[in-house]
Design a protein around this ligand. Sequence first.
Ligand SMILES: Cc1cc2nc3c(=O)[nH]c(=O)nc-3n(C[C@H](O)[C@H](O)[C@H](O)COP(=O)(O)OP(=O)(O)OC[C@H]3O[C@@H](n4cnc5c(N)ncnc54)[C@H](O)[C@@H]3O)c2cc1C
Length: 540
Amino acid sequence: MKVVIIGGVAGGMSAATRLRRLDEHARIVVFERGPEVSYANCGLPYFIGGVIEERDALLLQTPASLHRRFRLDVRVRHEVTAIDTAGKTVTVTGPSGTSFTETYDRLVLAPGARPRPLATRPAIPVITLRTVQDADAIDAALRAPRTPVVVVGAGYTGLEAVENLVARDAQVTLVQRGAQVLSPLDPEMASPLADAVRAQGVDLRLGVSLESIEADGVTLTDGSRIPAAFVVDAAGVTPETALAEAAGLRLGETGGIRVDETNRTSDPDVFAVGDGVEKQDLVGGDAALVTMAGLANRHGRSVADVIAGREISARPALGTGIVGVFGLAAAKVGWSEKALAAAGRPHYVVHVHPASHAGYYPGAETLSIKLIADPDSDRILGAQIVGRDGVDKRIDVIATAMHAGLPAAELAHLELAYAPQFGSAKDAVNIAGYVAENVRTGTTPSLQWHELGAARDAGATLIDVRSPAEFAAGSIPGALNLPLDELRDRLAEVPAGDLVVHCQVGLRGHLATRLLAQHGFPVRNLDGGYRTWLAGFSAR
Ligand SMILES: Cc1cc2nc3c(=O)[nH]c(=O)nc-3n(C[C@H](O)[C@H](O)[C@H](O)COP(=O)(O)OP(=O)(O)OC[C@H]3O[C@@H](n4cnc5c(N)ncnc54)[C@H](O)[C@@H]3O)c2cc1C
């Protein structure tokens, strides 16, 4: 059997090497149009910042090493320009510019994604951050101190680029079309990232995009002029589908190559994996574009199994992702609250702010966790976590729970590893489960930061149950301060009618809600407390 693979990085190379492990006799040919295969594109921002010091560290394999170990026929600087599915051939242009055809029995497309072109003609360099050559170009453009750079797009790659450009002493402006950074997150969760970026001297411009690019900088859609020696384009990617489309392979509704659960395209002998491909979303069940390395690698591996005759299907996507920015980590899995609201899908939300490990052990940091679940089934629909320590393991626990179909309340019962430097006897994930159970069962009715205004307009009184010192240090305008520890003795001062109570992070608010409810007051807890409200308020 002869298998031809188009694209020699994450998905393509996972397919090629797994196939060799399963079939020693297959002929495996990989065409890669770039000069490198199997390079660490996720490491590119850190090469620019100097965290990864050696360029060679990004180059995980070479055609020679892949031939030595796996007997793969890997040809770099070879671009596939056409696919003939009827004749089962591909047309390839090699480094000398001459074209030839190559036959296949099975074809795997792993062409990745390409940047969406900026809608403006550049007069200074516009550099994407996709390849080792892009990283070289940015590195070369950063020779002078305080080089002014405009980064377009505050998603995962844009934020990583900003952090590493700052590490190189660049004078960075970050331009984001949306109203918040990191749009997969909800605004109150993204707001600490915006603060962290600004605290590093980055000029963050939200709600604007590029109008034009001039010889000395850029003009934004609000008319402001920003000096720039060059622009880093991290505005997003779109699936690389030109070849597939020209070959008559079906594309899906999202614009990615359409595949079935075995990653087979509309042609039975052609498979496709990675960023170019439409995935099935685990939460919604519909098609989705998820451009993540883990998915490309796993689907590359499973497609090799299918080609080798094994019965296996690729698992749907959860969109689990994480990014680090200036010491903060932000991670998400599944759907956001805003996406669920836009889709009209019922959900309930909890915010908790536990410590990353036992508070008495040095170095504990606050974690902000948002958990979203279905009010009927309690199925977890999504989670977001922001903090300085322990974000990665908590999001991975919740992603695993979602993969396994655990309900939110079941998080309370997970037996997680604990010693003071690693966690707490009640781990942050357990606490999210406790609160979810309290909220869903109505034990502690709650409302969200963005629902507070409407509740107060409808006549609810807001009671801040924090200490007078905390209240004096900053409070929600118009709140009445009745500290939790005095509440039982001051019940006569509690106004009649609907009440909303809040504390700093939600725990004392929960205690006050339980106390007041058992004294007959109609009361709800402001979910996530003052901290979540403030983050949401400042994101507006
Ligand atoms: C800077 C950066 C940082 C990232 N960081 C992360 C991260 O931290 N975590 C994460 O999960 N994901 C991250 N990603 C995304 C991740 O790299 C991609 O999801 C993953 O590489 C997709 O794999 P793929 O095989 O589909 O495509 P790619 O890895 O992009 O490979 C596609 C290859 O196909 C080649 N090709 C395309 N068309 C042809 C053709 N016609 N002929 C021959 N060759 C062709 C291309 O040259 C390319 O090399 C990052 C991406 C970038 C760019």
